[in-house]
Design a protein around this ligand. Sequence first.
Ligand SMILES: Nc1ncnc2c1ncn2[C@@H]1O[C@H](COP(=O)(O)OP(=O)(O)O)[C@@H](O)[C@H]1O
Ligand SMILES: [Mg+2]
Length: 370
Amino acid sequence: MTQDKIRVALVFGGRSSEHAVSCSTAASVMAAIDRDRYEVIPVGIATDGHWVLMPDEPEPLRLTPGNRPSVDGERPGVVVPTSTTATDLTVLEPGEVPRTLGHVDVVFPLLHGPFGEDGTIQGMLDLADVRYVGSGVAASAMMMDKHLMKVLFASAGLPVGPYAVITDREWVRDSDAAMSKVAALGWPVFVKPARAGSSMGISKVRGPDELRGAIEAAREHDPKVVVEAAIVGREIECGVLEGHGTDAPRASELGEATVVKGHDFYDFDAKYLDADDVRLTCPAEVPAEVKATIQAMSVRAFEAAGCEGLARCDFFYTPDGAVFINEVNTLPGFTPTSMYPRMWAETGLPYAALIDELIALALERRVGLR
Ligand SMILES: Nc1ncnc2c1ncn2[C@@H]1O[C@H](COP(=O)(O)OP(=O)(O)O)[C@@H](O)[C@H]1O
Ligand SMILES: [Mg+2]
């Protein structure tokens, strides 16, 4: 029987600041995945980048106000295949002969942020012809970078709000000149690390006095910084799933995230710790034509970037009826109460079935250039 099961390596943790969030996603997938169909191999990446074999136990990995979970780098090491000729996972323990864990049919990278959601792991798996859930190298890298993402959206005719980019070189050469690029945006602005997530390193800045500190805070996450004009509007999200074969991508029912109290915007604590301060509504109540517009824009963004598997597309819907695309996440929050799974559940695909669907899409597609 065991041989007939699909062998899935869940890879989680990672080197980004979203390590704990990734662990909590892994806990949810471990708890929900159909054990009759899949054999699960939990692979953790410690914050120092060390790959280890983790116990198949969801509970210690849950993110709660009292528990910030992490991968224990002292556990037995895991070597993942990086060549097409040796495709087994290998376990390394000090003083012991390396032992094989056997072949893996598909890797499910449950990693958020740099060194996971950004094409790096995807590139490594491509080198070994290993199938994996989600987008490939280019789409992952572009959608991780809030600057490149906007360039791509604009070229696809999607509405992007005003922004400026401050590169590391510009900042180090002349920070005053770099900050002057922001003046045309008006106030307030949002200052963001180009490649982060979960609102890490993001500040809302009300005037010039706060700008330098905000840029320095963003630079702790990424030397490349994006500054955006603040957009007043509702935050509406749409899930996209790749189609089978040559079918078009599918758009889900819409969701809405509303900060009801205690936070200036949808920040880290609001996302993960202060559940009472945020209302996630699904389906979002918007006029039918706005729903159709957002769904069409989501599919267009998915196709323009060449995304695969899944993506969550986030928008601002302003009081005067305008829609702006904010970002696309190629590995969105993925616990059962996260918006992406909720939107698909509302569309008729419950959490365990969504996991099945993503694994099926990954197994269907060919390796190599697609
Ligand atoms: N230009 C903007 N105007 C208004 N609010 C913004 C803007 N950019 C970001 N925000 C707020 O900050 C949150 C996080 O920003 P976002 O770009 O989505 O980063 P992350 O990738 O960390 O989720 C958004 O959900 C929103 O609440
Ligand atoms: Mg966001």
